[in-house]
Design a protein around this ligand. Structure first.
Ligand SMILES: [Zn+2]
Length: 309
């Protein structure tokens, strides 16, 4: 997507109506022209009777331009979906359902909440590659609210609890942060940390930790413990500590406290934003459910995608 809108004015110009959104979707899904998903034929008619639907001229199969995306079967206009994905992809700290409700003038808070939840579901790519190279790892405690969702917002503060979260950040050769993973764990024991490491970090990687006794002993990894007092951990593990600090601020600022039952999905959102912080166009496409199978797999590919524009 060469000309991803850089401002809301540009966005409004590029996607003024349903037809513009549908045309963009068709081009994004079939960059080399229409392909029938059943027979592979490359010619179809656009139906007059069904919006944004093509009928294969060979096998007659009808294919909606929204099939396989998050928008399929929705009663909301495409423009609303596009705006929601744009706001979610470009607000650096994210956008709450309450903000979405007001900014898009949606009928109810609940429909805004559902819209956000559906977009957020696209934030985990099941085929994503494991972290590799040098990886900083540490755990922290995150406060959460215990009140149930969905709520209309406002109101007083609910009682808070604490939950253990493990943080892993790749460190690139230029000593810059690469990709991030976060996981909720019951405690900081080996039994909790080792499965997270195996599930998120490629074998052969070097694990940089603060020397906590539960980290060593995972087979297949080089372990580089830096035994430090708590005060010095931010020096030894600078990126993981920056992430932890940002994560805590983000949770309080955007959502007024994270809720326990959705904690992993909030963490997934934070990871999604962090890993696509330089590629809003990739974030926008992913949120709408386009080409999730061709998401950037490694940090190098992420940078390459950025260079392509
Ligand atoms: Zn066909």
């Amino acid at each position: 997507m060469a000309n991803f809108p850089r401002s809301v004015l540009e966005f409004q110009r590029q996607f003024p109506d349903e037809a513009a959104c549908a045309a963009w979707l068709a081009a994004a899904r079939w960059p080399d022209g229409f392909r029938c998903p059943v027979c592979g034929h490359d010619h179809a008619w656009e139906l007059d009777t069904k919006a944004w639907t093509y009928e294969c001229s060979r096998c007659r199969r009808q294919t909606s331009v929204t099939a396989g995306t998050v928008m399929h079967g929705s009663k909301l206009p495409l423009t609303v979906w596009f705006w929601a994905a744009y706001l979610m992809a470009t607000h650096s700290n994210g956008i709450s359902a309450r903000q979405m409700w007001r900014q898009l003038g949606l009928g109810s808070y609940k429909s805004a909440w559902l819209l956000c939840a559906k977009l957020r579901r696209a934030m985990v790519n099941p085929a994503r590659a494991l972290l590799s190279g040098v990886v900083e790892i540490d755990e922290t405690q995150i406060s959460y609210r215990t009140k149930d969702d969905p709520v209309a917002g406002g109101g007083g503060r609910s009682p808070e609890g604490k939950m253990q979260v493990v943080v892993a950040v790749e460190v690139t050769e230029n000593n810059a942060p690469g990709r991030l993973r976060l996981g909720v764990i019951p405690d900081a024991s080996s039994a909790s940390l080792h499965p997270f490491i195996k599930g998120n970090v490629a074998a052969g990687a070097t694990l940089k930790t603060d020397g906590w006794s539960a980290y060593p002993g995972v087979p297949g990894y080089k372990h580089e413990p830096h035994v430090v007092g708590k005060m010095a951990a931010h020096i030894v593990l600078p990126w993981v500590h920056r992430v932890i600090s940002n994560l805590k601020t983000w949770g309080l600022g955007v959502y007024h406290g994270l809720r326990r039952q959705h904690l992993q999905s909030y963490l997934d959102e934070f990871v999604f934003r962090f890993n696509r912080r330089k590629t809003p166009h990739a974030a926008f496409r992913s949120l709408l459910g386009i080409g999730t199978a061709i998401q950037p797999l490694t940090y190098k590919m992420l940078i390459a995608a950025e260079a392509r524009g």
